[in-house]
Ligand binder design. Sequence first.
Ligand SMILES: C[S@@+](CC[C@H](N)C(=O)[O-])C[C@H]1O[C@@H](n2cnc3c(N)ncnc32)[C@H](O)[C@@H]1O
Length: 490
Amino acid sequence: MRHVERFQQLIATRTGLWFDEGKLPFLAEVLEKRLAAAGASVERYLAGLETGGLAELRELARELTVGETYFFRHAEQFRAFTEVALPARIAARGAAGRISVLSAGCSSGDEAYSLAILLKERGLELGTGATVLGHDLNPAALDRASRGRYSDWALRETPRELRERWFSREGNTWVLAPAIRNGVDFRELNLGSGESALLGAERFDVIFCRNLMMYFEPGHAQRLVDALALALVPGGFLFLGHAETLRGLSNDFHLRHTHDTFYYQRKEQLQAPAAPSQLPQTHPTAALASTDWAQTWVETVQRSSERIRALSEGDHVPASRRASAAPRDLAPVLALLEAERFAEALSALPAADDDSEVMLLRAVLLTHGGKFAEARAACARLLELDGLNAGAHYLLALCAEGEQRLGTAVDHDQTAAYLDPGFAMPRLHLGLMARRAGDREAAHRDLSDALHLLQREEPSRVVLFGGGFRREALIALCRAELNGLDGSST
Ligand SMILES: C[S@@+](CC[C@H](N)C(=O)[O-])C[C@H]1O[C@@H](n2cnc3c(N)ncnc32)[C@H](O)[C@@H]1O
């Protein structure tokens, strides 16, 4: 292994931060710089990095971390904090209780101070009624945080009245009021150490851990999530960045969706650390679809027209290949699903009510068969087992549409797309519904996203979700719809 690759691996092991192949030249520069600073041979330096303490990790954090942040970043999450999380936790703690909030990966403190301002605005005294703690590995960021001096740019999303109340102007700088600055504690911590008790147990009511996990390699992201779950009180709230999700990482949270944003609430009981999902990254679902948009999507799915068959001719995936994409005992069921013999497939399904894969297949078959109430019940059971199952939300969207509850359908598709940003089908479904509703802008956006995602969608997932249509047929459908949009004036 080349030195730079060993350096890449050690950074991941020690800090969680993952740099892919394309970043190796950058890592090579950093390695050179650190070797010069340490005055050590590369072998000695790398051996020290493997076993050494925090000092070198802090220096690396200065070089390697992305500190982008600003006050009230993603305002809708702060609204959910003020209007849902905080009242819930105040009620749970009772009048004498103290609310504890953590900003994990706090960078220059903007997020922690935004939370402190909202706590003060809610009438909670910092220190006695509420505590706010910020953790980061980068000492330069923590220095900036403790100074509490910010540019216009850092306050670009700060409501004017809050800026006037909690900041004063000194030249080009906004200076944070001492009442806020002194009320927040900043401490250096390596959140990528991989220890599950890193943050203690049941200490925090609310944790903001935004835009950190996205830089972590999956194993460290998993362990950080376990540590966050342990550190939250039961019923405590977790806010992640917009591009981050707990799907596949934890079963310890309920998903919440208010104020146009997603966040999580810790379940009462923690489960054993999540095993890698037994589900394939593929959830069988509805067949596509003709271009006759007078029909609902679900009707189209059920109709299984010869015309669609013709469209997919040559695209057809043999049952043998399909079977190999799924566990063997489900292969006959998938073959029946492929042949759109839903009732037979349902009776061939093993009775395994604790197996999420079987439950999902049952929900798919019920949806295909137009048995929406039963399908919804199956999805609800599945979500009890695996609350962040994107496939179940997608099926609920299909059921809702089949029952003419379009708002609910959109909500479930959005949830599925949030939980699994690479999942093409809910985007496609959203695009088709928007097209039918005459919302050209949304239709264009969602269908373009679907087109893009379909090109990268895992083959096994296309097989299972495409309901008999290969990637090319689904892409052709998207293109036809987009062309229709571009060509029509309404
Ligand atoms: C992009 S900033 C996010 C700031 C803020 N949470 C927000 O979303 O606006 C990510 C922060 O995570 C910190 N970080 C990266 N790896 C870390 C680690 N292993 N332990 C603690 N902090 C880390 C970085 O130093 C950086 O300040």
